[in-house]
Design a binder for this molecule. Sequence first.
Ligand code: ATP
Ligand code: MG
Length: 173
Amino acid sequence: MAEGRLFFALWPDTEVRQRLARLAREQKPQGGRLHHPEDLHITLVFLGQVADERMPCVYEAAQQIAGSPFTLQIDTIGHWPRPRILWCGPSTIPDLLLELVKGLQLGLTTCGFTPEKRRYKPHVTLHRKVRDAQGGSISEPFEWRAADFVLATSGGNTPGKPRYHILHRWPLN
Ligand code: ATP
Ligand code: MG
């Protein structure tokens, strides 16, 4: 079994990470727990625990993506009461992002994964354990240029340390 839970994601570059981290710090939701800045990301597809023998197929699914870079306009803050997260994200989803997600899902189906039924909603979790908060527009929206995507694993649980790490990165081109 590959260690931890796996997921495909967009990972911000340093500049975007700093903007996300600042935005997260500016939000002061009650009881919220801030993400480590290096953990800030947008999940594309969540895989969960993956058996070792499935890993080559997962890498192959990523390898065969013929994507193109795209730009997200991060302009919205939202709160989802059930997962209890405060998030930010784009109000408009570029077609290239949807195609990337669909392409990964399709490839992963051939590896035996069950595709997600819920509509894809790109978001960056800023705080977890937030029971109640107000969403809205971001006063200073910013751009996130996505030129690659990653396979990441979760599992770290040391306070103050990142909980995710990147296993591999694929360019979008
Ligand atoms: P924990 O669940 O222990 O609090 P975590 O949420 O940090 O840990 P994971 O549950 O492994 O870590 O999630 C990794 C990433 O995948 C996160 O961005 C999370 O929002 C996303 N994710 C987790 N479960 C799902 C799911 N069922 N569908 C879509 N995305 C998911
Ligand atoms: Mg989780």
